[in-house]
Design a protein around this ligand. Sequence first.
Ligand code: IVH
Length: 693
Amino acid sequence: MNTSVSYLTEKEAKQELARLAELIAYHDRLYYFQEPEISDADYDLLRLRNKEIEEKFPHLIREDSPSLRVGAPLLGPFGKVVHRQGMLSLDNGFEDQDVYDFIDRVRRFLGISHEMPIELVAEPKIDGLASTLQYQDGGFSLGATRGDGTEGEDITQNLKTIQDVPRHIEFHDFPALAEIRGEVYMRHKDFIEMNAEREAQKLPLFANPRNAAAGSLRQLDPRITAQRPLKFFAYACDSYAPFHVETHWEFLEKLKRWGFMTNPLAKVCETAEEALAYYHDLEEKRASLPYDIDGIVYKVNRLDWQNRLGVSTRAPRWALAHKFPAQKAQTLVNDIFIQVGRTGTLTPVADLAPVTVGGVVVSRATLHNEDEIARKDIRVGDTVVIQRAGDVIPQVVQVILEKRPPNSVPFSFPHTCPVCGSHAVRLPGEVARKCMGGLVCSAQAALRLRHFVSRDAFDIEGFGSKHVDAFYKEGLIKTPADIFTLEKKERESPSPLQSREGWGELSANNLFRAIEARRRIPLHRFVYALGILQVGQATAKLIARHYMSYQAWKEAMIAAKDSESDAYADLLSIDGIGPSVSTDLIAFFDEPHNLEVLKALLEQVIVLDETPVDVGKGPFANKSIVFTGTLQHMTRQEAKVRAEALGAKVVSSVSPKTNYVVVGESPGSKAKKAQEYGVQILTEEEWLEKASH
Ligand code: IVH
């Protein structure tokens, strides 16, 4: 029997918190990787006890406390799974030329001549949902969605219901530990049948097979998923290493032999022309295939080349997704209204008569900005051609002038914000008209908060746009810090959340728990969440990897205000950050209001330092390195990737902080600068020698 919390002495409380931390972590592991040993209710009791003790003895809260853990399970419907290897996306191409360029890029990177053929495997790009399947000793042990690429959702039970997903693999050459990746999708025929049944039962219909597959896969009850006609094509893995193959094609053959479904249309192509013929052939056959595809994926067949090519921030350099052209349709513009974005930009949006484009009903299209409307002269009442390209928001391509009603007038773009009435100003050189209301404009503030809690930012589970907007309107949350004091305020409030319509004890507690779980936040998510202009996820990751801690980043941004400073040179040296992004970063930290918001937020959350990539102790681990001049043994780009794999930061300009400058033939001013600063200079041979240890 557990002693009631109110009778615990401080010493006992400390021991009890240690015991609970270990016990809860143990059950978390079981829950994720094996079968749970205790019921959900019992598990909740453990967490509750932990929380009660922490409330009574806040100074005893442990660093590894379960209440602080990011992504604690049982928060939302599905547990989180951190992918052992990130699930990447693909670079896109749209025209034939993009395929030639892709092959050229590969050639240049690897430094191979034009005579040497580069085999590509061409595969249909299935329009479904990427999923990953882990196998342990031949048994399917864990399955997850792609999520944000780093972290997905545990949908093991649902994946187990799909016939194409083998539960056991008995072949002796199947690796003891393997992760197979592919696409969950639904065939047209099955989709139509399923929708017909739903219609008969007066259930809402799915817009297209992809949405139907997504909805089916995210069912809380696997028995429902089991009734949905889902299929799976395998086409990738987390690492080819355990498969002992030399080409992607061999890998696909093995998958087939082991009982996975691979796409029967996949083909090896020797030349760009052959790849393009394949593309155009399937483009024609597209409508008659039994499932949706939205393009072709080309993958460099040789795995030694794939390895050398490696990955850039978000996509492998050895693959290209060649998208099919956007699908088009005609419809009527019922109205044009203005949306105000997170950064105050006024965006015109067309309200359209609903029309189906590429299997999706579209009733809105972005008109981008003032100039775009004027250039295309889009008016209310016009008939327009719209198009959808992949996941991109539909766009208006052109107006059909013959169908324009006689009394129509050009659209006049407002000069005040439709939300707060402040002036909307267009600064010289900018296309966007922006609301000057800043924080008084509720549209901007609420959208910033939505961004802050969104999936790739703080990822506060169950805290959707509707809640954010409602809380903002009621004045409960004005800045991000308020999110983290919400529970405390609510508990003291005369009308706490759980007593309000649409909320109950459980949903309120779930929300509070989801918020608690994010008090410790990785640096890159934190940077992205701030919503600094031009700082998207990829840039946020570059920043996090470069500065490693919030404190270092902040100090550098303040110092970089002086464009003569080392901090400024260092910021610009980050590959992928140019002067324009730098200006926005510096401006953000130069705004006193932002610093106040940050200060309040940092009283609530702990920003975790970026964990250094596990780079061992090699000579280049965590060192910064500049390559200059022409290298003889590998291209500059390959050298860069190699250095990064050894844990180095490759920068483009020499500063006193640079550790090494590698000089190839006919180096320029950078070598001189290195001498001036006393930075160690390596010849290409010296670099190769050190890098191969
Ligand atoms: S390969 C590292 N092959 O496309 C490369 N992806 O835009 C991993 N997809 O998230 C992907 N068919 O959902 C690959 N034959 C195919 C594919 C395919 C569809 C999807 C996948 C991925 C997205 C990338």
